[in-house]
Ligand binder design. Structure first.
Ligand code: NAD
Ligand code: GLY
Length: 362
C-alpha cells in the first residue's frame, strides 16, 4: 500500500486522523491497527459489501465482527433503515466502547454515523468512504443524519468519527457518473474560498476524469484540508461552515422534488452551484465572465447542470423554504463576491431569486 497523505482534523479531544492512500484496504495489518476494538459492526450496503467487506474481516483477524448490510440508495436514507441498524446492535449486545465502521458512500456514512451518534447516546465510529463524494466531503466533519419525506437531512446529529480511511483504489470500481458527481463537491471548495485551487482544477480536469492517482490524491487531500480547517473553526455551523452548503439549497430542492432518483446528490449540487453563481451575477456581485468560468469547469467535468423542465419554480421555492439555514422564515443563501470568495446572505432581492429560478427551471 502507499500512504499518500495523512492529516488531523483538529478538534481538541475529538481530533482524528484522515489517512489517504492507494491500496490502504489491502494492507490488513495496518488496517487491523486502525480498526481495533472489542466488537465491530460494519455498516455497508449490498453493492459495496461484496467489493470491500472481506478485507475488513481479514483485518479484524477473527475478532467479533458483524456485517449490517443495508439496501443501496438515497431513498433508503431514512429513520426506518437507521432503526434496523439499532435492532442489530441491540441484538448483538453492542456497547459504547465497541465500534461502527461505515463502509460505503455518503448515504452509508451519514446513516452509520447517525446510528453511532444515537446508540446508547453515542458510540465510536470509523469512516471508510468509498465514493469520491464521501472521500472529499461527507466522511469528514461529523454531520450525520437521515432524510425526512419533507426534507433532506432533516434528522441528524453532529458526531465526529474516530478516523477516516480513504483508499483511492476503491474509486476504480466506481462508475464514472458517480466519480463526476464527487468532483462537484471538489469544485465547491475552490469556488467558495480558493481561487488558486480553481485554477488548478481548470488545468487538471482531464486527469481527474481519467482517474489519475496523483491528481485525485491531491484533490482529495486539498478538499479534506479545506473542510477540516472550516470545521475546526465552526464545528456546529454557527457561521462559516454554512459556506460548505454553497449551491445546496437549490440542489436539495432538485433532489427532493425529483424524488431522490433522477439526480445524484453531486449532480444536483453542481446544478445548484450554477444557480447560486448566476443569482450572484443578478445581484450585481460578480461578472458574466465569472459565471461562464464556473459553468465551463462544471461542463468540462461532465456535470449536468440543465434543470429546465425538471421541476417547477413553485415546487423549487416550497422545497427551498424547508432548509436548515432558513432564519425567521427567510431563506439564507450562499452567494459569491468572486470565484473563490463566498458569503452567507439573507439580503438578496427576491426578484433576483425569482428571475434565477425562472431562467434555470422554466
Ligand atoms: P451514495 O452513498 O449513494 O453512493 C453512490 C453509489 O455508489 C451507491 O449506489 C453506492 O452503493 C455506490 N458505491 C459506493 N462505493 C462504491 C465503490 N467503491 N464502487 C462501486 N460502487 C460504489 O452517494 P454519495 O454520492 O457517496 O453520497 C451522497 C450522500 O452524502 C447524500 O445523502 C448527501 O446528503 C450526503 N452528504 C453528506 C455530507 C455530510 O457532511 N455528512 C456531505 C455531502 C453529502
Ligand atoms: N457538507 C456540508 C458540511 O459538512 O457542513
Amino acid at each position: 500500500m502507499t500512504l499518500l497523505h495523512s492529516m488531523t482534523v483538529p478538534l481538541g479531544e475529538r481530533s482524528y486522523p484522515i489517512y489517504i492512500g492507494d491500496g490502504l484496504l489491502r494492507d490488513v495489518t495496518w488496517l487491523g491497527d486502525v480498526l481495533k476494538a472489542r466488537k465491530a459492526a460494519i455498516v455497508t450496503n449490498d453493492v459495496v459489501a461484496p467489493l470491500y467487506a472481506a478485507t475488513l474481516h481479514d483485518a479484524r483477524q477473527g475478532a467479533e465482527t458483524y456485517d449490517i448490510v443495508l439496501p443501496d440508495g438515497e431513498s433508503h436514507k431514512t429513520l426506518a433503515t437507521a432503526s434496523t441498524i439499532f435492532d442489530r446492535l441491540i441484538d448483538h449486545r453492542f456497547a459504547r466502547d465497541d465500534v461502527i465502521v461505515a463502509l460505503g458512500g455518503g448515504v452509508i456514512g451519514d446513516m452509520a454515523g447517525f446510528a453511532a451518534a444515537c446508540y446508547q447516546r453515542g458510540m465510536a465510529f470509523i469512516q471508510i468512504p468509498t465514493t469520491l463524494l464521501a472521500q472529499v466531503d461527507s466522511s469528514v466533519g461529523g454531520k450525520t443524519g437521515v432524510n425526512h419525506p419533507l426534507g433532506k437531512n432533516m434528522i441528524g446529529a453532529f458526531h465526529q468519527p474516530r478516523a477516516v480511511v480513504i483508499d483511492l483504489a476503491t474509486l476504480r470500481s466506481l462508475s464514472s457518473r458517480e466519480l463526476r458527481a464527487g468532483l462537484a463537491e471538489v469544485v465547491k471548495y475552490a469556488v467558495i474560498c480558493d481561487p488558486k485551487f480553481f485554477d488548478w482544477l481548470e488545468s487538471n480536469a482531464e486527469k481527474l476524469l481519467t482517474g489519475d492517482v496523483d491528481a485525485l490524491g491531491y484533490a482529495i487531500h486539498h478538499s479534506c484540508k479545506t473542510k477540516a480547517t472550516i470545521v475546526a473553526r465552526d464545528e456546529r455551523e454557527h457561521g462559516e461552515r454554512a459556506l460548505l452548503n454553497f449551491g445546496h439549497t437549490f440542489g436539495h430542492a432538485i433532489e427532493s422534488v425529483t424524488g431522490y432518483s433522477r439526480w445524484l446528490h453531486g449532480e444536483a449540487v453542481a446544478a445548484g452551484m450554477l444557480m447560486a453563481t448566476s443569482l450572484s451575477e443578478r445581484c450585481g456581485l460578480i461578472s458574466g465572465r465569472d459565471v461562464a468560468r464556473v459553468a465551463l469547469l462544471l461542463q468540462r467535468l461532465g456535470l449536468r447542470t440543465e434543470t429546465r423542465g425538471e421541476l417547477t419554480v413553485d415546487a423549487a421555492r416550497r422545497a427551498m423554504s424547508i432548509d436548515k439555514k432558513a432564519k425567521d422564515g427567510r431563506m439564507r443563501l450562499i452567494l459569491l463576491r468572486s470565484v473563490g470568495q463566498a458569503f452567507v446572505s439573507d439580503d438578496y432581492p427576491t426578484d433576483a431569486l425569482m428571475a434565477t429560478l425562472e431562467a434555470h427551471l422554466s
